[in-house]
Design a protein around this ligand. Structure first.
Ligand code: ZN
Ligand code: ZN
Ligand code: ZN
Ligand code: ZN
Length: 315
């Protein structure tokens, strides 16, 4: 049996954020070797009608109308159930959601249990169908990269995952995920001592990792360096207003204000500060990075950058 590459679980993405599903044709862009689970509250009639249209003509989508309340117990139970169901058939599971630290907990527990980073999660911070396109495009790209990297390997007994080895050496059966996790933590797996971010940042504690993920990243830092998007590794383009030309920064105190105060010269950092201080009413900053079609507002851009820092592995 060949495993499907990935299952994407869209969980807890509705409510005010239902515009995430504004255009359900986005589900035709699921990469060919991926599948997608959709959870939503079945009392939401509008979404129910919409998703019913996916029933017959999209074989990559599984529908889970549910009435999960917001207690973390019922969320964890529902997620644990669906993860268990897909764990054997997929090489990775990506949980896309819009809130909460309970996901950190469940993702870590399952990854420790499998002793691989099978499960990732992605928090969506802005409600546009573009956020879903980003997730799908990213998976598609990753796949192309791994296909290039992969060397054919002869199968050996060594290649059994630790997860399979546990099951061989210890055939205990657990009725609850909790019991199973406690057993695995206590018996099979030492606590992780390091966290690794997708940007290759490493740290010792969950708290440090959370701080790194939410760190306030300036578009132009104190040294005058323009921030790069991880997708391209290139400095982003900054526009003072949506229809202006992209700013071009020169090193040192060589940059003129684009508004009426032509006689003053600034460093890149000071110029950005000047715009925000003196021209707050004239600016409407936009940022463009890995997608030519998107001009992010500063808030959207921050969400885009934050979404590129997620837990990929333990040490
Ligand atoms: Zn065991
Ligand atoms: Zn000025
Ligand atoms: Zn980008
Ligand atoms: Zn990072």
């Amino acid at each position: 049996m060949t495993k499907q590459r990935a299952i994407i679980i869209l969980f807890d993405c509705e409510d005010r954020r239902a515009s995430l599903f504004g255009d359900i044709s986005v589900f035709q862009q699921i990469p060919s070797n991926c599948e997608c689970c959709l959870f939503w509250n079945k009392n939401n009639q509008e979404l129910t009608n919409k998703f019913d249209q996916l029933r017959d003509n999209n074989k990559q989508v599984y529908l889970y109308p549910s009435n999960i309340d917001n207690t973390s117990k019922s969320v964890i139970d529902a997620l644990a159930h669906v993860i268990n169901q897909y764990l054997y058939r997929h090489r990775s599971i990506i949980i896309v959601h819009s809130q909460g630290d309970i996901y950190n907990e469940i993702v870590q527990r399952f990854n420790v249990y499998c002793s691989q980073n099978i499960i990732l999660h992605r928090k969506i911070q802005y409600s546009s169908v573009q956020a879903l396109r980003d997730v799908f495009a990213e998976l598609d790209n990753q796949d192309k990269k791994t296909i290039r990297k992969q060397q054919p390997k002869a199968p050996t007994s060594q290649s059994k995952t630790k997860y399979e080895q546990y099951r061989l050496k210890c055939s205990r059966y657990f009725r609850t995920t909790n019991g199973l996790n406690q057993h695995n933590t206590a018996i099979h797996e030492p606590k992780p001592s390091g966290y690794i971010c997708s940007c290759s940042f490493k740290c010792r504690t969950q708290a440090e990792f959370n701080r790194h993920q939410r760190q306030r990243r300036e578009i132009v830092d104190d040294q005058g360096v323009v921030i790069s998007c991880l997708n391209t590794g290139e400095p982003v383009e900054i526009y003072v207003t949506p229809d202006s030309e992209a700013l071009i920064f020169l090193g040192g105190k060589m940059n003129a204000c684009v508004f009426e105060c032509h006689r003053q010269w600034f460093t890149p950092t000071a110029l950005m500060r000047h715009f925000k201080g003196v021209h707050a009413n004239q600016i409407d900053i936009r940022i463009r990075c890995c997608d030519d079609d998107i001009m992010y507002t500063p808030d959207e851009f921050r969400a885009h950058i934050e979404s590129q820092h997620y837990l990929t592995d333990f040490e």
